[in-house]
Write a new protein. Structure first.
Lengths: 289, 137
């Protein structure tokens, strides 16, 4: 049986761990609020953008734009968006699992796969595959539109030069605070956005376009791609904090359980020690008689 | 006072401006244009430049970069990647960006890599407009 002192040190140690995990839980909670606010303020922007894109692309000939060109797919690039830091449960591992599944599926079809990692964790977990082309590390903590722009421009370049024929983004979708699921969405070629109703198209027909619709599309598409990347980064940011919150909450509960168990062990050891001492005293007194 | 038009400037970090104004002047790709109340439905792309609007005697300038604007139902909406008022612009950062872009441009002149050159040009333009708007306060 462990000695009294050992058990006591262990209890203090676990208690300290519980303090840390509790603090991390609270930090994650406040950061999550920030991330959710960011998502909230971004929503009107994306909504408007989708509107405009669907208005414009409904009448346009899709193959006229290099970014919309559907080619025979030989090479696929996967953009893996994960968090920079760990300690958030299985969040990053789940994303990587989906990535590995995708890689296996594409390679079974005889396509080559390359990876771009946004976020350190994805990079760490995937670099052994040897497929990582580029990584953006330490951006997830405090990213802005220009970070997203950098990534999107690079990906666009890659697509236009023909190094890959299809680009997909794999990220964590923020369903709720308690639920984040890995998701994949297509990035390039740009999918024509479907107008929700026919009525909307009629209104858009009356617009004066300056310059022509085609030229507007040429400018808007790259911007749209920035928006898509920025959006996924926002989602992953929110997911990360939500996942960490749950993970840290679980850790704190686990710590408390361990402390309860250890206290029982400690008390038992203490009682055994007291009994032993008593027996010694009684034995000594007996011997003196 | 005559009729007014509702101006909305939306950026990824939220709405920047939302008020009724007399006139809006914006940097369109095909040249600057002004929009008054009851303008016909209109859609144009916006390049990096200065967006000004007047409301009574008040005149405001914003630095805007890349996006588009839509006019419909007496409302003009700008969707831009960034919009900054003169007071919000970090002059020092803009100066540094300008120097960096200029340096890169002079390097790029020797090479023929068009892509990097274009990027530096855009960065330079952004920095210049920022400085211009910042000075106006």
């Amino acid at each position: 049986m462990a000695s009294l002192k050992d058990v006591k040190t262990k209890i203090t140690g676990v208690k300290k761990t519980a303090q840390i995990t509790k603090a991390m839980n609270m930090v994650a909670a406040s950061k999550l609020r920030g991330a959710q606010d960011k998502m909230e303020s971004f929503r009107p922007y994306t909504a408007k953008f989708d509107d405009a894109m669907s208005n414009l692309s409904s009448g346009a000939n899709t193959n006229a734009f290099p970014l919309m060109e559907e080619r025979e797919v030989k090479a696929v690039e996967l953009v893996v968006v994960t968090s920079d830091r760990g300690l958030c449960g299985s969040f990053n591992a789940n994303i990587v699992k989906l990535v590995n599944k995708k890689i296996a599926a594409y390679e079974a079809e005889g396509k080559t796969v390359s990876l771009v990692c946004v976020g350190k964790k994805g990079h760490q977990l995937l670099k052994r595959t040897g497929k990582v082309r580029k990584s953006y590390l330490d951006t997830m903590g405090n990213f802005q539109m220009f970070n997203a722009r950098e990534i999107a421009t690079d990906l666009t370049q890659e697509f236009l030069t023909g190094n890959c024929d299809k680009i997909e983004v794999i990220y964590g979708e923020f369903k709720s605070v308690a639920r984040q699921i890995p998701a994949a969405s297509s990035f390039l070629p740009v999918q024509p956005v479907q107008a929700e109703q026919e009525v909307e198209q009629k209104i858009s027909g009356d617009y004066i376009y300056e310059p022509s619709t085609e030229e507007i599309m040429d400018v808007l598409q790259p911007l749209y791609l920035n928006v898509v990347i920025y959006h996924t980064m926002l989602e992953v940011g929110a997911c990360e904090h939500a996942a960490r919150m749950t993970a840290m909450d679980n850790a704190t509960t686990a710590c408390k359980d361990i402390v309860t168990n250890l206290t029982v062990v400690y008390n038992k050891a203490r009682q055994a020690a007291v009994t032993n001492e008593l027996m010694d005293i009684v034995g000594g007194a007996e011997a003196l008689k | 006072m005559g009729q007014q038009i509702r101006l909305e400037v939306v950026t990824p970090t939220g709405a920047k401006v939302n008020e009724d104004v007399d006139i809006v002047n914006a940097p369109g790709v095909g040249g600057d244009f002004g929009v008054l109340a009851n303008h016909a439905p209109f859609l144009s792309t916006i390049k990096i430049g200065t967006l000004t609007y007047e409301n009574g005697n008040k005149r405001e300038s914003l630095m805007v970069s890349g996006g588009f604007c839509e006019v419909s139902n007496n409302k003009i909406t700008f969707l831009v990647e960034s919009a900054e008022r003169g007071t919000e612009i970090d002059v020092e950062r803009a100066m540094k960006a300008k120097e960096r872009a200029e340096k890169r441009l002079s390097q790029a002149a020797q090479q023929t890599e068009g892509f990097n050159r274009k990027r530096a040009e855009v960065a330079l333009q952004r920095a210049l407009v920022r400085l211009k708007v910042a000075k106006k306060i």
